[in-house]
Design a protein around this ligand. Structure first.
Ligand SMILES: [Zn+2]
Ligand SMILES: [Zn+2]
Ligand SMILES: [Zn+2]
Length: 279
C-alpha cells in the first residue's frame, strides 16, 4: 500500500490563512517542510482520505490525476476534511472531460450522515438535486466496506458532540493503516475493536503539538504518547509499527524541526506535505 501525505495542517493551514503569529512568520520565512496545507492522504492511485479544500493545489503541486480517484473516504464534515463544492467539479461534460479509462465512471464517497447532508445540499445548489457520478455510502462504525482493493473500516473518533466523527482502518494485502484524525483519545469501543488488529502504520492527529496535553476533540504530543502506549500494551502495535503525527496547527507554536526534536524521542515521525511511504 502506497501512502502520500498531501496536506498535514489543521483547518486554517500552517501558516494560517490570515495569521501573523510567530510560528506562521517562521514557517513563511523558512518554507520547505514548515509549509503545511489542509489535510488529506492519497492511497495508491485511486483513493483519497478526506477531500481537502487544498485539493486543487495538491493536484498542481504533485501532478496528481484526480480523474483517476474512485474512492473518497471522509472522516467528518469539517471544511478542512470535506469540500463538496470542489467535488462537484468532477461532473463530466460540464466541468470535466475524461480520457477513455475514466469516461462514464462514478466515484464512491464514504462518510457519515452529516457529510451526506452537506453533499446533498451542494448537489441541490449546483444541479437542482440530481447528479449521476457520485455513489454515496453512509457508513456504519465497525462495519467493513470494500473500496476497490482496500478494506475500509470506520471506527468512532472522539471529536465533537454534534457529529459522529470517524477515523478509519485501511487494509490491503494484510497491511493495516489506522488513519487517526480528527480525534481526541479514542472512545473505548474503538480501543475494543482494535484489540484483535495488528497495525502496521498509525497516523495520529497532533493538532496541539506540545502546547497542551490534548485528548479531547484533538490530540497533542502527550495524548499521542498515551494512545501509543495503550496500543503497544494491547498488542495492536509492536516495535515494528510506524507511528506518524499529522494535522498540525500554528497554535501549537512549533515548526517542523522543533516538532521533530520533541516527537522523535517518543518514536514518532513528523509528517510533512508530500511525505511518501510504502507499507
Ligand atoms: Zn481537521
Ligand atoms: Zn499563526
Ligand atoms: Zn474537525
Amino acid at each position: 500500500m502506497k501512502l502520500k501525505y498531501l496536506g498535514t495542517a489543521a483547518y486554517e493551514g500552517f501558516p494560517g490563512l490570515f495569521c501573523e503569529c510567530e510560528a506562521c512568520k517562521q514557517a513563511e520565512r523558512e518554507g520547505g517542510k514548515n509549509i503545511r496545507t489542509r489535510t488529506s492522504m492519497l492511497i495508491n492511485e485511486d483513493t483519497l482520505m478526506d477531500f481537502s479544500p487544498d485539493a486543487y493545489l495538491h493536484k498542481l503541486k504533485y501532478n496528481l490525476n484526480l480523474a483517476a480517484i474512485r474512492y473518497f473516504v471522509i472522516t467528518h464534515s469539517h471544511s478542512d476534511h470535506f469540500n463538496p463544492w470542489d467535488l462537484v467539479a468532477r461532473c463530466e461534460g460540464n466541468y470535466a472531460h475524461f480520457d477513455e479509462a475514466n469516461k462514464g465512471s462514478t466515484v464512491h464517497v464514504y462518510g457519515n450522515d452529516k457529510v451526506e447532508a452537506y453533499l446533498d445540499q451542494v448537489v441541490q445548489v449546483e444541479f437542482g438535486g440530481n447528479q449521476n457520478f457520485i455513489d454515496y455510502h453512509r457508513v456504519t462504525p465497525f462495519e467493513t466496506y470494500e473500496a476497490g482493493k482496500l478494506k475500509v473500516t470506520p471506527l468512532l473518533a472522539q471529536h465533537q458532540t454534534d457529529e459522529q466523527s470517524l477515523i478509519y482502518l485501511i487494509e490491503e494485502e494484510g497491511k493495516v493503516l489506522l488513519y487517526g484524525n480528527d480525534t481526541g483519545i479514542f472512545p473505548e469501543e474503538t480501543f475494543e475493536y482494535l484489540k484483535n488488529i495488528k497495525l502496521d502504520v498509525i497516523s495520529l492527529d497532533c493538532t496541539h503539538g506540545t502546547r497542551h496535553k490534548g485528548g479531547y476533540g484533538h490530540l497533542g504530543l502527550e495524548s499521542c504518547v498515551e494512545i501509543k502506549e495503550r496500543l503497544l500494551e494491547m498488542g495492536s502495535a509492536t516495535q515494528q509499527t510506524t507511528f506518524i503525527l499529522t494535522h498540525f496547527s500554528h497554535n501549537g507554536g512549533l515548526c517542523h524541526e522543533a516538532l521533530e526534536e520533541k516527537a522523535i524521542p517518543h518514536g514518532f515521525i513528523i509528517s510533512y506535505d508530500g511525505m511518501e511511504l510504502t507499507v
